[in-house]
Write a protein that binds this ligand. Structure first.
Ligand code: SAH
Length: 240
């Protein structure tokens, strides 16, 4: 079946998680039509979980970008968000989210490392009971929070901190996602993963792979989801 033939209304009907989502639909390049075109493309590329498609379908990615770039929000590309960082490519957001949703544990508690624009946070907040998100650049997280608050997503906890330490006070997590690439998987992220929980993150510096981990006691099942290019996971918090 071609992407054009996918009946999105059947597999992932539009259901605003809060009324504010409906109020921020956008027009033209930021309209529901534009979002649907992108979601069809992601479906054709293998993003098939109905809940993930539904979240991608209703989330106004244009709100997480500067006005000058909002018209490109529904292209399947990463875009700059300032401070040398990028909003992740929608396909990658879909792929990472799908890996977490398809794990054994229901997503009650989810940790995100690298809030960035807040777009991935918005997707996770629709699929999890509660999200803990960590960012090392304070102004980025403030901006993300303003948008997430305006959308009425009130199940998110925020911290400006070095995410390689995770968030020990809130652990264990059913799922952990990092949008920044460390040279090796930080031990704290494995330790803070619940039994049966899933972790997904890019690993590497110049050459990176998208790695999925499922924890079974001390045994870690590892999945390789292919080559990717993310910004590096940097140590400490950026000075204001
Ligand atoms: N999912 C975000 C991705 C932003 S890019 C989005 O789509 O907008 C990754 C983010 O990780 C950047 O904002 C960067 O500042 C942040 N980051 C890098 N190293 C980090 C660390 N050690 N702790 C927390 N955040 C980190």
């Amino acid at each position: 079946m071609g992407a054009d033939a996918v009946d999105l209304d059947r597999i992932a009907p539009v259901q605003w998680p809060t009324p504010a989502f409906g109020a921020h639909q956008g027009v033209g390049f930021t309209s529901q039509r534009a979002r649907d075109r992108l979601v069809r493309q992601l479906w054709a590329e293998g993003i098939r979980h109905p809940k993930v498609l539904q979240a991608l379908r209703v989330t106004p990615r244009h709100l997480f970008l500067d006005n000058a770039l909002a018209g490109r929000a529904y292209e399947n590309v990463a875009l700059p968000i300032g401070h040398g960082q990028t909003i992740s490519q929608p396909y990658i957001v879909g792929l990472m989210t799908q890996f977490l949703v398809e794990g054994d544990r229901p997503l009650r508690r989810v940790l995100e490392v690298g809030t960035g624009s807040g777009y991935q946070t918005a997707i996770l907040a629709q699929l999890a009971d509660e999200v803990w998100t960590v960012e090392r650049i304070a102004p980025l997280q403030q901006r993300a929070r303003r948008v997430l608050d305006a959308l009425g997503l009130d199940n998110i906890h925020y911290a400006v901190s070095d995410g390689s330490w995770g968030w020990p006070e809130a652990a264990p997590f059913d799922a952990i996602l990092s949008a920044a690439s460390p040279p090796e998987i930080p031990a704290a992220l494995i330790e803070q993963l619940a039994d049966g929980g899933r972790l997904i993150l890019p690993v590497g510096t110049a050459v990176q792979r998208l790695v999925g981990i499922e924890r079974h006691g001390d045994r870690l099942q590892q999945y390789d989801l292919g080559p990717v290019r993310f910004v590096p996971m940097l140590p400490g918090v950026e000075d204001a």
